[in-house]
Design a protein around this ligand. Sequence first.
Ligand code: UD1
Length: 352
Amino acid sequence: MKVATIVGARPQFIKEAVVGEKLRKAGFEHVLIHTGQHYDYNMSEVFFKSLEIKDPDYNLEVGSGSHAVQTGLTMIRLEEVVLREKPDVVLVYGDTNATVAGALVAAKLKIPVAHVEAGMRQEPRDMPEEINRVLTDRISTILFCPSQTAVKNLKKEGMEKGVWFTGDVMYDLFLKMEKHFDYSLAEQLDLEEDGYVVVTIHRDFNTDNKERLEEILKQLNITVKDKRVIFPIHPRTRRRVKEFGLENHLENLDIIDPLDYLSMMGLVEHSWKVITDSGGLQKESYFAGKQAIVVMPDTGWVELVQKRINALSEPEQISNVLFSGSVNQFEKGIYGLGDAGARIAAILGEPG
Ligand code: UD1
């Protein structure tokens, strides 16, 4: 059986490191297609190298652009590849433009779509990622859910057939890679354990509104009076800071380039807490036993908020929420047992 997997952005490379390996071990023929949405060395290639992901068989070189340009170009170029390769299943991850483009191309060619990280829902409904998630789930044949909440979300929308709870493949990766985490950055930056917070902010919801972005940066400047603030900055955020003339708010923070997975996880493991709007990092911090302050009105990873491990925060509340207590107990196993990749491969291999 032949599986074609579509990846395009950082969180997908991370998931591919687990699922791709399991598919090949299970004997599937596996074609890997990179859309080229992320193309900088430290947004793309570094993940393939450090996580030993196989080189893509195709790179569609879509690059940056508006949503329509990115999605449309991906569809046009992907269709050619899919027609040539004739896979039995097209596998997509998460909620990016590569996800929805891959799902649409396959569904219209009547090729079954498998969606890893199906069933996640998050307000506001007009966020690009939310649109991508809802549309992809609708046209997927096999829906792999990372949480029981995701299974329930799909049920509410009338989807029960082809829905599987697998747990989260990112937990598989955490367990697999923990012994390789890279702690050298702490030494380079002269960081003390528990003496700093790790920050990532990249959602357009936070970066493309000047007032919101400025308030977030002001709050980081309050935080830096007590803890160092290490901020690996996404290219979108860097650009907006410049455009809005907010550079002076960065002066007291430790601004560094985006990090590869192993360095990021090494940094998080020795941090005090995390401040983020990333869907992935809010779980990775939980896996590492650290609280994340999630700078969004809502999260798909709602269990972590319900169990008071993570906390949602509006920009103006960040420092209050950050310093308002610590989590002592981290309940384990909320997102499965670390065997999600193996389950996905087993389900894909089942007849019918
Ligand atoms: C995308 C995903 C988002 C995911 C994120 C992970 C969509 C709709 N969004 O957002 O869900 O959480 O990836 O990072 O697919 N840029 C570079 N170099 C690169 C890549 C991007 O400079 O290698 C710049 C682009 O020019 C653009 C900005 O970063 O201005 C945003 O990139 P884009 O791919 O549009 O979306 P992300 O914000 O990364």
